[in-house]
Design a protein around this ligand. Structure first.
Ligand code: ADE
Length: 221
């Protein structure tokens, strides 16, 4: 998979994809991530990318030309363009699975007060990562890219993400490791029993219990 990220703050991504699982996915050639400073595409003599809104109002608005030119320089037949915006549809694990099947993603990060409405026409999908407003789409692009890359074949073991929270609309079950007792808190006996059927039952029940308590909305789906 190839992921191109468009931003006017490329340095925000400097150390984000250079550690741990995402770094090794790149080294293995499973994913190629490129960060593009769309300011470089601006035709403005001062490389401006934003102007005050027509009709007046607060802040600055991203102008279409640099983003259009940057996207069109990258776009191929199999590209899928995503705009990160708080008014997009809410990102979910199911979408991460669907997007992990794409060959080429182009992620556009908005910033400042907003972007010119015509920029939306470039996007196949507009995504929000939650009902809160970030200073820019960069954080959202990091979240979306990370959640997709970990699902690509060969990045982590498939069993690991089959048990992820949100699969089957359930939260993950509780996990324990050594020591058996810590500060008087004991590991549930069943996990030490070696009885795999009982362990699977226990885990499913704990998943359901946890989901009922914390995210009953998931069980309604
Ligand atoms: N940009 C600002 N806030 C955002 C959000 N919640 N999701 C995606 N992009 C954003």
């Amino acid at each position: 998979m190839k992921i191109d990220i468009l931003t006017i703050f490329p340095n925000m991504f400097t150390n984000i994809f250079t550690e741990s699982i995402i770094s090794s996915a790149q080294k293995k050639g499973i994913v190629e991530i490129n960060i593009h400073d769309f300011r470089k595409f601006s035709n403005d003599p001062h490389h401006k990318v934003d102007f005050p809104p027509f009709g007046g109002g607060r802040g600055m608005v991203l102008t279409p030309q640099p983003i259009f030119d940057c996207v069109l320089s990258l776009k191929k037949e199999d590209s899928y363009v995503i705009l990160l915006t708080p008014d997009g549809i809410q990102y979910k694990q199911k979408m991460a699975y669907d997007l992990s099947k794409k060959k080429h993603l182009i992620l556009i990060c908005g910033h400042y007060e907003g972007f010119d409405e015509r920029i939306r026409t470039l996007a196949d999908l507009e995504l929000s990562i939650g009902d809160y407003v970030l200073t820019g789409g960069e954080y959202a692009a990091m979240v979306v890219a990370d959640s997709i890359i970990r699902l690509l074949p060969g990045v982590i073991k498939e069993e690991s993400h089959l048990n992820d929270s949100f699969n089957n609309n359930l939260l993950d079950y509780p996990e324990y490791t050594k020591p058996r007792v810590y500060n008087n808190m004991e590991v549930p006996e069943v996990l030490l029993s070696g009885d795999h059927k009982k362990i699977a039952e226990y885990r499913l029940n704990e998943s359901i219990k946890r989901t009922k308590e914390r995210r009953p909305d998931l069980l309604d789906r």
